[in-house]
Write a protein that binds this ligand. Structure first.
Ligand code: BES
Ligand code: MN
Ligand code: ZN
Length: 500
């Protein structure tokens, strides 16, 4: 979709106006009312349209206008209209007009936006539309014409400096789209090697530095945890690192993001039930979010040093697969008794995290993983689970989540040796890879905590409930949400970027 911010309203098949709730009408609404000879005002009164948030009113063939459709959108109370509300408006435009109009013009002139500059409001509206319009139609060969998206051009007029506010948001959308694409593609298309190649194609032109480890290199490094998961698959594993340094200082301390990239999770020998197993193609959503976030940061030339690492494996049961009870030695040297081969994400992360911390010496590390079904039981699909011993990091991530709509909710985490941590004690090795059934998301986090280096501020985000939605939301359709990209991007912007 082509997005631009002209000064005057271009001719387009559809015109969109935004009206504040119960407020005085805006100059844009008044001008259109005059042009229609008062028909707009009459329609508004007839529909009892007062501009409630989410309300829409559509007029076809409005008299006196050269637009075929006029769509009014309710803003709700202006003092509550923040960036997310404008993103929702943009999404709504796509929902209502996406298959009906080839081009849409939005007139925001004179709209009161006490929470943000009008240009920023326009930019977030455009971002919402762009995000909501994303689709993956690669494998649909019989899509009916009326179901085909037609909206190819969005013009948002009447707001100064919108284009400069939109540029960094456009970059973030590119990252979100990469993540959604990786998450949506099936596991016969996206596996560790093809994941690396897809990301490389997006990352290299942006100047991201790429490092890839293959299984021979990982074996030499002693990554027994990750390789144990991979050994039941004919698809070889990969460890992918993406580096961005926008500080101009090659010695700057980086922030590190690590993603679980299980390109398909059958459970391995501890095999999952057949029903719903197809969902496990998106068990690489953490790695996809890390890759998308790195693309977003590079695309907007973020003034920070950031490293993103993706642990990529396929968890399959074959004659070579690891067995329940196997003991593996991690990169860190700690040994793990693999009680359940379906608790594979933490094994992959343990080696990816330990290796990346040693190599890049970050001060902050955040991992993202579709780690447990239990987090969906706890939080459903609205919040990701946040686990961290650091209150300041928790506050920063929560703030980034609230600002972007990618919300997180903090969960308990015990110290080493605490009752939760003790649930991982093994009779034969340093730890087991699972605890009992209860507190499953917490024991998963306790496991990861054992691979955090001294002095590193660490947080774990369990995103099993948020990477894939069976219902569309304001800024995404059914399926992949791209969760994590905007959260990471905002967290980096707010905590790592030096002022211009
Ligand atoms: N990838 C799954 C977690 C998951 C489940 C994500 C459902 C999304 C939807 C993970 O590898 C897994 O299998 N976890 C197990 C852990 C258990 C064996 C301790 C789980 O949640 O059942
Ligand atoms: Mn699993
Ligand atoms: Zn998994």
């Amino acid at each position: 979709m082509k997005i631009h911010f002209p000064e005057a309203i271009p001719s387009a098949p559809a015109l969109v106006l935004v009206t504040p709730q119960d407020g005085p009408t805006t100059p844009a609404v008044e001008a259109v009312d005059r042009a229609t000879g008062g028909q707009l005002g009459r329609a508004l009164r007839a529909a009892e349209f007062v501009g409630r948030k989410g309300a829409t009113l559509e007029l076809l063939a409005p008299p006196g206008l050269d637009h075929d459709r006029l769509l009014l959108l309710g803003l709700g109370p202006p003092q509550e209209a923040d960036a997310l509300v404008f993103e929702e408006l943009g999404g709504r435009i796509v929902e209502v007009l996406g298959t009906r109009a080839a081009a849409v013009a939005v007139d925001l002139s004179g709209l009161p936006t006490p929470r943000l500059a009008l240009g920023a409001a326009a930019a977030h509206l455009a971002l919402g539309a762009l995000l909501r319009a994303w689709r993956h139609d690669r494998y649909r060969t019989t899509l009916k014409d009326e179901d085909r998206p037609r909206l190819a051009e969005l013009a948002v007029a009447g707001a100064a400096r919108a284009a400069e506010a939109f540029a960094p948001l456009d970059a973030v959308a590119r990252g979100v789209f990469l993540t959604r694409e990786l998450v949506t593609e099936p596991a016969n298309v996206i596996f560790p090697e093809s994941f690396v190649e897809r990301v490389r194609a997006a990352a290299e032109p942006l100047g991201l530095e790429i490092t890839v480890l293959d299984e021979v290199e990982m074996k030499a490094l002693g990554m027994g945890c990750l390789l144990g998961v991979a050994q039941g698959s004919v698809r070889p594993p990969r460890l992918l690192a993406l580096e961005w340094n926008g500080t101009g200082d090659s010695q700057a301390t980086p922030a590190l993001f690590v993603g679980k990239g299980v390109t398909f999770d059958t459970g391995g020998i501890s095999i999952k039930p057949a029903s719903g197993m197809e969902d496990m193609k998106w068990d690489m959503g953490g790695a996809a979010a890390v890759a998308g976030a790195m693309v977003a940061l590079a695309a907007r030339r973020a003034r920070a040093r950031v490293v993103g690492v993706c642990g990529l494996v396929e968890n399959m049961p074959d004659g070579g697969a690891q067995r329940p009870g196997d003991v593996v030695t991690s990169f860190s040297g700690k040994t793990v008794e693999v009680i359940n081969t379906d608790a594979e994400g933490r094994l992959v992360l343990a080696d990816a995290m330990a290796w990346a911390q040693q190599r890049w010496q970050p001060d902050v590390m955040v991992d993202l993983a579709t780690l447990t079904g239990a987090i969906i039981v706890s939080l459903g699909h609205e919040y990701a689970g946040l686990f961290t011993p650091h209150d300041d990091l928790a506050a920063q991530l929560s703030a980034a989540g609230d600002a972007t709509g990618e919300r997180v909710w903090r969960q308990p985490l015990g110290k080493p040796g605490s009752p939760y941590d003790k649930l991982l004690e093994s009779a034969i090795a340093d730890m087991k890879n699972v605890g009992p059934r209860e507190a499953g998301s917490i024991t998963a986090a306790q496991f990861l905590q054992r691979f955090v280096a001294d002095g590193v501020q660490w947080a774990h985000l369990d995103i099993a409930g948020t990477v894939w939605k069976t219902k569309p939301g304001p800024t995404h359709g059914k399926g992949a949400t791209g969760f994590g990209v905007r959260l990471i991007d905002r967290f980096v912007a707010q905590t790592r970027e030096t002022a211009a």
